[in-house]
Design a protein around this ligand. Structure first.
Ligand SMILES: Cc1cc2nc3c(=O)[nH]c(=O)nc-3n(C[C@H](O)[C@H](O)[C@H](O)COP(=O)(O)OP(=O)(O)OC[C@H]3O[C@@H](n4cnc5c(N)ncnc54)[C@H](O)[C@@H]3O)c2cc1C
Length: 251
């Protein structure tokens, strides 16, 4: 659905990363974790930009984004009280079943769609969050509040675990087996997570990022190569994903 949503709360949580909450009737009520919004940023940007749903409730949607280029810059300049043209909720999100020991691992801006997931898993997940350095760490307290355990790591060791967060996860699951891994983050991290999941025989769902055009499966801009029932097949990240079973994804 398409809505003109009023921006009711705007915070720059760390330099260049904005946390927006908008009023929304239908989108908030329908949103599932892992789905995304396709947002008209205003100004000179013609194409919408995909941004994940971080949290949602009947009446409101929250999304958090990093200013990367023209579109997200224009979006960051919308004042509280302004209106944003949003299409959503779009895509195929995370599939949740009754897992005994779910594990969530996110990196950088990939942590945002994992917040609603952690909440929807009913505080039962062990969460691993990785960032470049201490200055880029976000949402640690919020994840702590909705998960069983939350481990944070930084690539340069400036805060908590020193090193790539996928390594921390790999050490952890040796003694603490889990039955599902959910992940979103930069491609090298997703690749490492996929390999660790396969090596340990653990089911895994990955949320992919691709440049997108229409966001609704018509233009094929976001096609990615997958292995489906033994053969190579192109799938659309916006429609078939962004969340895929790690076994079908080629990274
Ligand atoms: C399903 C999905 C969910 C996303 N969720 C979030 C989110 O919750 N928070 C967030 O900060 N970002 C998210 N992104 C990434 C976000 O869409 C891009 O950063 C944004 O489109 C950049 O637009 P721009 O006009 O500011 O930059 P542009 O001027 O278009 O590009 C600036 C830089 O960003 C890169 N870029 C542009 N689009 C993408 C893209 N889709 N994926 C990867 N790199 C891109 C370009 O290569 C370039 O280096 C998501 C992307 C997808 C596909």
């Amino acid at each position: 659905m398409k809505e003109q949503c009023k921006l009711i709360k705007k915070t720059e949580i760390i330099p260049g990363i904005f946390d927006f909450t908008v009023e929304s009737g239908g989108i908030g009520a329908a949103a599932q974790c892992g789905q995304f919004l396709h947002i008209k940023c205003g100004g000179n940007t013609f194409l919408r930009r995909p941004i994940s749903i971080c949290d949602a409730r009947d009446g409101g949607v929250r999304f958090i984004f990093e200013v990367k280029g023209e579109g997200t810059k224009e979006l960051s300049e919308i004042p509280e009280g302004g209106y944003i043209d949003i299409l959503g909720p779009l895509g195929h999100g995370f599939e949740i079943k009754a897992y005994k020991k779910p594990l969530i691992i996110g990196g950088g801006i990939g942590v945002f769609p994992l917040y609603k997931l952690a909440k929807d898993l009913g505080s039962g997940a062990n969460v691993f969050l990785g960032f470049r350095d201490k200055s880029r760490v976000v949402m640690e307290d919020e994840f702590n509040a909705v998960s069983k355990m939350c481990i944070v790591g930084t690539d340069d060791g400036s805060y908590c675990y020193n090193g790539y967060i996928a390594s921390a996860m790999e050490h952890y699951i040796k003694n603490n087996p889990c039955d599902m891994i959910f992940s979103c983050g930069p491609t090298p991290m997703l690749k490492a997570v996929k390999e660790i999941a396969e090596k340990n025989g653990i089911e895994c769902q990955l949320s992919l990022e691709q440049r997108m055009g229409c966001g609704i499966g018509a233009c094929l801009v976001c096609s990615c190569e997958t292995i489906f029932e033994g053969t190579n097949k192109y799938m659309r990240v916006c429609k078939n994903g962004p969340v895929f079973d790690s076994k079908v994804v080629k990274l």
